[in-house]
Design a protein around this ligand. Structure first.
Ligand code: CO
Length: 489
């Protein structure tokens, strides 16, 4: 497959290299390090995101569309090794064989010849798992919003096969952000089912199992586009933004997937609060219309449910992440939103919010294992210092007092900051932040290691080439995975 940078356009954005293809797949031991990696950091950061936004002479249209590439940074004895490989999904293999885009993605349709349409009349859903990394049962998987996780080998990054659930929970659309309940040792997530009527299927899956248990099936006239959801100790929270699916359009229009959703602000945003135990919708509350990709955290407090998320006044952020504005109209790009806390009183039908910081923020992370579903203090995310500069800073927000700390460096464009807790940490932010940063000046990427507490830069681990901007990843602690293996022998 021709994997080339976007060469045929007059790109004028300073960060444009981050939207061009990664030049090679490779494996490197002991990368050059400026600074020092803490000796306690032993494990791997595994991430996914597009490795190219082009196939042959065709370009994908949206940042979310590119063919998935896995990236792994492994830490041991203060040294860092790195590997990156394309995920060999069906979508990737077909694109490679045909030299053109084979499956429709979030913002791109696949064009098929008459012969292809006659021999294979039903368009196939993509399995290009480019959004997040998680574990299903005991296997590492790369996931997207179609329900086809792809299993890979965490050592070699070799693609193994599609993950198959041993159940029949109905649904064709899902989220790439499942939640983990550490008390129950179980995963919670949902599917959107479009056949025969529309419903949300909320499910629970025991860790180490490959069987989902349907806990709620909630009928809905027009499903909302939801990238994530919230979870507290007792509840699942769906924030239904008024970006609503037109099922007929999805079936017949031939438009890219996301363009079959319509923004209907007059409907407002509806929060559904669902009991994890009974599966019942115990409460529903409305607010003015807004849109979000990412929930940050949620928790219960004095008969109210607090839902923190990154909000936008409408869904135009989706349009602004098409490659056309990203590369040619950087001043129009919105890449980060407002950190809001919605308060849902379980006795009232109206949800109110407060703004937790004046800084814009996206790709939010927390100390998940310690704080998810609980009252907490810190959010880590990326942000933007000025219009036209895409994502150019990392921000730490203290949500209890609204103060922020910032990391910025000239011509540098950071990715999602993943928190790795120090062993026996006493405070919530004791650990490090790991973020893959594009340096537009030196035309390569590096892994930034920040001290979570002091916010001091600890190290930069230099890569020999640049990586295309990615989305999400997880840090897997080597000690925790040893315990996991021992438990399941
Ligand atoms: Co996401």
């Amino acid at each position: 497959m021709a994997i080339t940078p976007l060469g045929n356009c007059e790109a004028n954005a300073p960060y444009q290299l981050g939207f061009s293809a990664t030049h090679q797949e490779g494996e490197f031991n002991a990368l050059p390090i400026q600074g020092k990696i803490p000796r306690w950091l032993r494990g791997s950061l595994i991430r996914t995101g597009p490795g190219t936004l082009e196939v042959g002479k065709q370009s994908y249209h949206h940042w979310f569309d590119g063919l998935a590439m896995l990236r792994k940074f492994s830490f041991a004895h203060g040294q860092v090794s790195f590997a990156n490989r394309f995920l060999e999904s069906q979508a990737y293999q077909e694109a490679k064989a045909k030299g053109k885009i084979s499956r429709g993605e979030f913002g791109t349709t696949a064009r098929h010849s008459l012969l292809e349409r006659l021999t294979d009349p039903l368009p196939r859903l993509t399995d290009n798992a480019t959004v997040n990394i998680t574990m299903q049962g005991d296997r590492f998987v790369s996931v997207t919003e179609s329900p086809f996780p792809i299993i890979f080998d965490p050592e070699t990054l070799n693609t193994i096969e599609q993950f198959h659930y041993r159940d029949r929970v109905p649904g064709q659309i899902t989220t790439a952000h499942p939640h983990f309940d550490y008390q129950e040792n179980a995963v919670y997530s949902y599917l959107v089912n479009l056949i025969p009527g529309c419903s949300y299927s909320i499910y629970r899956m025991d860790a180490h199992s490959d069987q989902r248990q349907l806990i709620a099936s909630i009928p809905v006239q027009q499903p909302a586009y939801m990238h994530t959801f919230g979870m507290t100790e007792h509840y699942i929270i769906l924030a239904e933004f008024p970006l609503l699916l037109n099922r007929l359009s999805l079936a017949l229009s031939g438009k890219p997937y996301i363009e079959n959703y319509q923004w209907k602000p007059e409907q407002g945003t509806r929060f559904l609060v669902i009991s994890k135990e009974s599966g019942k919708v115990v409460h529903s509350a409305k607010s003015e219309a807004f849109f979000a990709f990412h929930h940050v955290n949620a928790f219960e407090q004095d008969g109210e449910v607090m839902v923190d998320l990154i909000a936008y006044s409408d869904s135009s952020v989706i349009q602004s992440l098409y490659l056309e504005p990203l590369l040619h109209h950087p001043e129009q790009v919105i890449a980060a939103g407002e950190l809001r806390r919605y308060c849902i009183p379980l006795s009232e039908a109206i949800a109110h919010y407060e703004v937790l910081t004046t800084e814009v923020i996206e790709l939010p992370r927390i100390n998940y294992q310690r704080c998810n579903t609980h009252r907490y203090q810190f959010v880590f995310g990326v942000g933007s210092s000025k219009p036209g500069n895409f994502i150019d800073q990392i921000v730490k927000v203290d949500v209890q007092n609204g103060t922020t700390q910032m990391w910025r460096s000239p011509d540098c464009y950071p990715g999602e900051p993943v928190f790795a807790a120090a062993p026996d940490a006493k405070s919530e932010d004791e650990g490090v932040i790991l973020s893959v940063v594009l340096n537009a000046q030196t035309q390569n990427s590096f892994l930034l290691v920040l001290d979570g507490q002091s916010w001091n830069e600890l190290a930069r681990v230099q890569l020999p080439y640049h990586l295309t901007f990615d989305f999400h990843g997880q840090y897997f602690d080597a000690m925790a995975s040893t315990q996991r293996t021992q438990l399941h022998r």
